[in-house]
Design a protein around this ligand. Structure first.
Ligand code: ATP
Ligand code: MG
Length: 437
């Protein structure tokens, strides 16, 4: 009975986890909202979500590096309270000690556990060998390439024989080819059962990487982070990126990541929050114009699949989405599932000259971005047509954290300047009207 009950127990059980960060502004920033998740033996689970959605926060909570405000996290049936035995984490940056050799860096994890020196040496050598760094035991980190340093990071995580390996964007600091080699090597070890691990949880914002490596992918929504969708990847390993089934999963994930207000009862506006309380991404008018032009031109001729467009313009999903979202907010494109399409106004923008573009942009800015029309109204109403930016920043902080308020105001300032809807002077921190009407 007991054995049965134990085998049923998830390796990690996350129940109703909520986390806030304390912010200077009026309200704390809610980053994780009622996250529930179970990890089981023999699976690689991916956490996919946009920048700032709370992925690292969740990973750090599981690693015991921070304690969530609410809810509980059980690891092998025990509540997590500080860094737990049996759990290792690999970070995006390599975090090696420069004055220690590869071998010493790898042994470090075992010293804390009071493993005797000879056993430490043997186990470190085995981990170094496993991860393909044989012959580099005595090298120092500065002698290694980025890919090799990340291998040391992995060896250090594996040497303690963790039940669970947590990886936070382990490949994103590497160049494309190195990342691919490391992914394949890791997958081979995993599939051959040569890694002393029962389960892997990895954060990524690379959709293809998730489909390539994971058995399940959880899509995180932003502001606050919630698990909005779960996709099972049942394709056998090794996976073929070109196969129709692989492509279909990539497209499905693209659609899920662009869906607005995932899981929310109604489409409540494009960006989180409403009216002037909408958090806006800092997207340059150059990238907005660039994307509209690319979409207008062949081969897209006004409409494209987001993943194809992402390849075409050489931007990651994570970089592309804020641009696409902003264009949708301006009603210059329409997003539907994985497709992006120019609206009539978007088409007009793409083929217009500089002045006509600015005029169109300004009209749409003032019609569809509530903060922009709010600033404009204040300036119109004041006799001197000036207003301190501080005032809008304070207003925004009633709705969002200081960082978001800053980002949002910067975004609107740049858009307003480009469209000549209003001017802003940094030295005096004043908004003004260029051509009062
Ligand atoms: P990325 O993909 O950019 O790594 P993420 O999904 O890992 O993003 P987190 O790093 O978990 O996101 O951050 C979630 C939100 O919490 C962000 O808005 C971030 O600015 C904020 N945040 C993160 N750490 C702190 C902190 N120590 N104090 C205050 N706010 C924080
Ligand atoms: Mg992160």
């Amino acid at each position: 009975m007991l054995a049965e009950a134990l085998s049923d127990q998830p390796l990690v059980d996350i129940r109703h986890v909520k986390h806030f960060y304390r912010k200077g502004g009026a309200a704390d920033l809610l980053v994780l909202d009622d996250v529930n998740l179970q990890l089981r033996d023999n699976e690689i689970v991916g956490l996919l979500g946009r920048s700032g959605s709370g992925k690292s926060t969740l990973l750090r909570s599981i690693a015991g590096l921070l304690k969530p405000r609410e809810g509980e996290i059980l690891f092998q049936g025990q509540p997590i309270d500080g860094p737990a035995e049996g759990l290792s984490m690999v970070f995006q940056s390599f975090a090696l000690f420069p004055w220690l050799t590869v071998q010493q860096n790898v042994e470090l994890g075992l010293e804390a556990k009071r493993v005797p020196p000879e056993e430490r040496r043997q186990r470190a050598l085995a981990a170094i060998d496993l991860i393909g760094l044989d012959g580099f035991e005595n090298a120092y980190p500065k002698e290694l390439s980025g890919g090799m340093r990340q291998r040391v990071g992995l060896a250090r995580a594996l040497v303690v024989r963790p039940a669970l390996l947590l990886m936070d964007e382990p490949f994103s600091a590497l160049d494309v080819l190195t990342a691919e080699t490391l992914r394949t090597d890791l997958l081979d070890l995993w599939c051959e059962g040569r890694m002393p691990i029962r389960s892997i949880l990895m954060v990524t914002h690379n959709i293809e990487e998730a489909v390539l490596m994971c058995d399940r992918v959880l899509v995180f929504s932003s502001n606050p982070g919630r698990i909005a969708a779960e996709i099972r990847i049942d394709l056998p390993q090794p996976r073929n990126r070109q196969s129709p089934a692989f492509r279909a999963l990539v497209e499905e994930l693209y659609s899920l990541m662009t869906a607005r207000a995932l899981g929310a009862p109604a489409r409540e506006g494009l960006f989180p929050g409403m009216g002037i309380g909408m958090v806006l991404p800092e997207v340059s008018t150059n990238s907005l114009a660039g994307l509209l032009e690319t979409l207008q031109e062949a081969p897209h001729n006004g409409s494209a699949a987001l993943n194809a467009l992402s390849d075409d313009v050489g931007l990651d999903a994570d970089e592309l989405f804020p641009i696409a979202d902003t264009l949708q907010l301006f009603r210059l494109v329409e997003l539907e599932g994985n497709r992006i399409r120019l609206t009539t106004a978007g088409r007009r923008y793409a083929v217009s000259d500089v002045d006509a573009r600015k005029q169109l942009f300004s009209q749409h800015l003032l019609s569809f971005v509530p903060l922009a029309s709010h600033i404009r109204r204040v300036l119109d109403e004041r006799p001197n047509h000036q207003a301190p930016a501080r005032r809008f920043r304070d207003e925004l902080e009633d709705y969002m954290s200081e960082d978001y308020a800053d980002q949002t105001l910067k975004a609107v300032t740049n858009w307003g300047r480009y469209g000549e809807a209003f001017a802003y002077d940094e030295a005096s921190d004043l908004f003004s009207l260029e051509n009062p009407t």
